[in-house]
Design a protein around this ligand. Structure first.
Ligand SMILES: [Zn+2]
Length: 426
C-alpha cells in the first residue's frame, strides 16, 4: 500500500545549518529523520525568494511556468506594483490592505498561472485528500471562506486548509499569536494544526510549511539562528509524537524535508532605484534580487547595471535570446543546462519579470519599498550558491531530487499520478 506523504519546508534553512544541526543532534527530530532517510544538497529557483520558490515547490514548474516573479513586481496588465510583504515598512508603503489581498488572495487566484497545476489540484483530482498548513501557494479545488469576515474574499484551497488562522477548514483549537513572531508563534500554530491532522490521520498528502526560521535568520544571520531551528524541529517533532513515535510515524508516512532557499550574510544595502537612474524605468527590489521594467533599448541599461557597484549579474532578453552579464562578460543562457544559467533563463522567461533582472553582488542587499534591509543579518534572492542551495532529505524509496522544482513531480509519482507535461520535460 502507498504510504501517505508529508512535505516539510523550513523557510530559509541552509544546507550548512541543516548538516550542522544533524551532526550535533541539536535538532533531535531532524537528526532522527536524517538517519532514516537519504540526503543531498539541492538547488532553488531564481530569484531565490519565498513566493517564487513555494510556487515552484507546489507546481513543479519554474517561474516561467507559474509566473510568480519576485516578492515585489510590476503588474503590466494592471499598471501597478504588487508587493507580497518584503517587510513591515514595505507593506505600509504599498498599502496594508492591498498587500494582504495580493499576498493571500491574488497570488493564488490571479497571479499563479492557470495552466500551472498544483500538487493539491493534481492529487485531489484522483480522489486523494491533501492538506496545507500556512503554505502561501495553496491553490486547490475547494472553496474556503475566511474565519474573520470582511478581511479577504473566499479562496480555493486544498480540502484541508489552514492559513494563519485566517482560513481553517476544520476546528482544531490551535492558538495563534502573530505578535510573538520572533519566538516562533507561527510554527507553534503549525505544530498544533499538524498534531491535529496526524492524530486524525486526516490527509494523504500534507504540505507543512514553517516560516519562522527565515524570520530569525534575517535578523540574526544564517549562522545565528540555531535556537529558531530548534523550534522548527519541535514543530516537526509534534507530527512524530502525534503518530506515537518515529517508528509508527514512518510506518504511516514518507517524508520530504527541504527549505525553499538559503541565506547569506548582508554587509551593506544599496538602493537599486538610484543605481538604475533611468527616467521612466520602474524598479522593484527586495532582498538580493531586483527587476527593472523598461521601454526602449534594454541592453545598454543591462550593460551599465552589470558594471555598477552592488550588482553581481544583470540578465536581459534580446530578440528571443537570453543573456547574463557579469561585469564585462556576456553569457548566452539556455534552459536545461543546469546551474545558475538555467535558473537565470527560467526567471527571464517569466512574462511578469522585468526587462532586466539583477542579482546582487555578495554581501549586498537591495532596499525594499519601505527602505528596509537586513544589514548585519541575513538575506537571499540572488543567483549565488549561498542563497540558492537547500538541504533536501527524503525518508522513503525515492532519492533526493536535485532541485525544489523536482519535488512536486516526486510527490505525484509517489501516488502514481502523472506529473504535468512541463514538469516531465524539465
Ligand atoms: Zn526570507
Amino acid at each position: 500500500m502507498t504510504k501517505k506523504l508529508i512535505l516539510v519546508v523550513i523557510d530559509g534553512l541552509t544546507p550548512d545549518a541543516f548538516e550542522a544541526t544533524v551532526e550535533r543532534r541539536s535538532s533531535p527530530t531532524l537528526a532522527a529523520l536524517a538517519e532514516a532517510g537519504s540526503y543531498a544538497r539541492a538547488v532553488s529557483t531564481f530569484p531565490s525568494l519565498t513566493p517564487v520558490c513555494l510556487a515552484s515547490l507546489a507546481t513543479g514548474g519554474g517561474p516561467d511556468v507559474h509566473h510568480i516573479p519576485h516578492l515585489v513586481w510590476y503588474h503590466r496588465g494592471e499598471g501597478r506594483i504588487v508587493e507580497y510583504g518584503s517587510s513591515f515598512g514595505a507593506v505600509r508603503a504599498a498599502g496594508t490592505r492591498r498587500v494582504i489581498k495580493d499576498a493571500i488572495v491574488e497570488m493564488n487566484a490571479e497571479h499563479l498561472a492557470s495552466d500551472a497545476i498544483t500538487v493539491y489540484e493534481a492529487l485531489e483530482d484522483t480522489g486523494l485528500v491533501t492538506a496545507a498548513v500556512n503554505v502561501p501557494c495553496y491553490r486547490g479545488r475547494t472553496r474556503h471562506v475566511a474565519t474573520v469576515p470582511g478581511v479577504v474574499r473566499p479562496v480555493n484551497g486544498p480540502l484541508r486548509f489552514f492559513y494563519y488562522n485566517l482560513f481553517a477548514s476544520d476546528v482544531t483549537g490551535a492558538p495563534l499569536a502573530v505578535r510573538g513572531r520572533a519566538v516562533g508563534s507561527v510554527d507553534a500554530y503549525a505544530a498544533a494544526v499538524g498534531r491535529w491532522l496526524v492524530t486524525r490521520d486526516g490527509f494523504d498528502f500534507l504540505f507543512f510549511y514553517l516560516p519562522d526560521y527565515d524570520f530569525a535568520s534575517h535578523a540574526l544571520g544564517p549562522a545565528g539562528a540555531e535556537e529558531a531551528l530548534a523550534r522548527s524541529d519541535r514543530a516537526v517533532g509534534a507530527l512524530v509524537d502525534a503518530a506515537g513515535g518515529l517508528d509508527t510515524f514512518l510506518e504511516r508516512y514518507d517524508v520530504v524535508l527541504c527549505s525553499d532557499h538559503g541565506q547569506t550574510h548582508v554587509e551593506r544595502a544599496v538602493r537599486l532605484q538610484d543605481v538604475v537612474g533611468e527616467p521612466g524605468a520602474i524598479v522593484t527590489a527586495s532582498n538580493r534580487a531586483g527587476m527593472v521594467y523598461l521601454d526602449g533599448d534594454v541592453r545598454p541599461v543591462a550593460e551599465r547595471l552589470a558594471r555598477s557597484e552592488g550588482i553581481g549579474v544583470a540578465l536581459f532578453r534580446e530578440d528571443d535570446a537570453s543573456y547574463a552579464l557579469r561585469g564585462e562578460e556576456l553569457v548566452e543562457l539556455a534552459p536545461g543546462e543546469g546551474g545558475w544559467r538555467s535558473r537565470a533563463w527560467h526567471a527571464l522567461a517569466n512574462p511578469n519579470a522585468g526587462e532586466v533582472i539583477v542579482s546582487a553582488a555578495p554581501g549586498v542587499e537591495f532596499m525594499d519599498l519601505g527602505g528596509r534591509h537586513h544589514v548585519g543579518g541575513g538575506s537571499h534572492g540572488s543567483l549565488d550558491d549561498g542563497d540558492s542551495l537547500v538541504p533536501m532529505l527524503v525518508v522513503g524509496d525515492a532519492s533526493p531530487p536535485p532541485s525544489i522544482t523536482a519535488v512536486a513531480p516526486l510527490v505525484l509519482e509517489h501516488f502514481g499520478v502523472e506529473a504535468p507535461a512541463y514538469a516531465r520535460a524539465a
